[in-house]
Write a protein that binds this ligand. Sequence first.
Ligand code: B12
Ligand code: SF4
Length: 305
Amino acid sequence: MRVHLVNPSDVSFGVGVITPRWLYVLAGATPRSYGDPVISDETLESFQIDQVAPGDVVGIGIHTSNAWRGYEIGRLVKEQGGLPVFGGIHATLFPEEPLVRGGAAAVVRGDGDLAWADVLSDCAEGKPKLLYEGGSIEAADFAPARWDLVPKGSYMWGSVQTVRGCPKHCSFCSVWRTDGQAPRQRPVDPVVDEVVELRRQVPAANVLVVDDGSTDDTAGVARRAGASVLMLTAQPQAPLPQQADWRVYLPAQTMAEAEASSSAQAMGSAFEQALWILFDALVPRLQAATGQRANDVRQRHTNLE
Ligand code: B12
Ligand code: SF4
């Protein structure tokens, strides 16, 4: 029984910007006794169905915008005699859908880090359950990503996660429903180990932190390190900006006000445009103040950290 992991996409570009983290986390959660999973990110290349043999397990991760392609792959895998197993944001919100539309042998709701080994062992015995409750596991149990399996030269950014869950409840967002409202903060050491491993395996990779609503955490970390906090905000009276040392007020519509607003622009666009203009004005000044060369800044995509 081989294990495959597929990130569905209707279009393939040959190169990608950001690693889909779940692929490498689930690879990390795959017990070594099954061998290295065969990873296929369809944003790079289409999935080759003929590599699936009868009895193979094919893990398919879906969010709402790629669920349809995921179901297509699931049906093909089933026809080929493989076992399609679905997980991810959309499968967590609508677990019955992959069973009806994607030929699913099993669906995992919530975190896959621990549940995946149970799924594989049940599949190996030929009796997968229809539904596995992965739940919201403790942060110390988050599986580290298998960066050694990332195809070299394919991505610009490796995605690392330090926290899952968000205490807010923005109406347009699914995070607080799927990841919960209690932030689960990973211990520092495994995060640092992962970043080091990422840079070892993919030296050219930038590190992208894909945390859920992390403004409170970032400000907290800065404060604990003795730094002052300056916040750019459209809501200077809100509790979080009130705790900052300085506030820069950008009077523009944000995502949080989108539903009540009559703006012709898409939600949050005006605030984002205000930020771009401000940052584009700030970056050359910060570059000069910190004595950095234009090329250094360019190589980090204008990150001035
Ligand atoms: C980083 C990120 C991006 C990045 C990078 C995307 C990438 N290539 O990875 C960028 C900015 C490019 C992006 C773009 C988009 N994103 Co985005 N993104 C995220 C973010 C913040 C983190 C994703 C992540 O890496 N999480 C860490 C991994 C480990 O968690 P995970 O994927 O949930 O996987 C766990 C479980 O779900 C489960 N699991 C997942 N897959 C599988 C599969 C199997 C078989 C099993 C067993 C388990 C399993 O196990 C994993 C480990 O526990 C999430 C928010 C979030 N908290 O998920 C939004 C999020 C996924 N994005 C979202 C959206 C809407 C988009 C866009 C459609 C936006 C747009 N309009 O263009 C695009 C889609 C791009 C694409 N084709 O993928 C929504 C999806 C909502 C939904 N209902 O599906 C989210 C949830 C944000 C939100 N506020 O609601 N995104
Ligand atoms: S703060 Fe961000 S992650 Fe949290 S609910 Fe709002 S949009 Fe979602």
